[in-house]
Write a protein that binds this ligand. Sequence first.
Ligand code: ZN
Length: 214
Amino acid sequence: MVLVIISDIHGNLEALEAALSLIDEAKPDQIICLGDIVGYGANPNECVDLVRSKSQVVLLGNHDAAAIGLTSVEYFNTHARRAAHWTAEVLTGENTAYLRALPMDYRGEGFYAVHASPHEPSVWHYVINQGVADEAFHAFNDPVCFLGHSHVPVLFREGGERGEHLDEGDHVLEGNGRFIVNVGSVGQPRDNDPRLSFGLYETEGRKLSIRRHE
Ligand code: ZN
């Protein structure tokens, strides 16, 4: 089975359309969106419509939750807070209801998926170092957990020393170990590479491919 994992679109329609044109070519069995469809960018409704029509699984992100009043914006920076208020105003009733019904996590065959961290998911921890990753490993039993939130493509191994940046291209999740994978962000990459990022995952052989595009 070939999965496509996308995350952190943040209302950036141009980036989402560019990603989807590449994704169409890959003909995946399932598209999984890890959340943060809205927040920051100018096209929240268009992005919700498109993600909804293309993805088989969509999870709730903290910016989605903020835009529909499900989580506090107290810890957001000024820019993110303003964006959340603006997004709340422009979201259609239908899209607000759609976001409200999104689940926090998803379990597929051989993998688990969540927006921020499997550990206290509604606290929205950032899995950005091995210490936080170790806490997250305690909170799921699956071989692989896909997550977003930090916008940085990175791989953590259970019992590892530190996260490894996931460069564009192919990676094999070798051995019997367990892994946490962040495939990066479609709409707002934060790893000093402005190109959009998403992941393709072949469950047989545990082959992961990080795709980047202008
Ligand atoms: Zn995000």
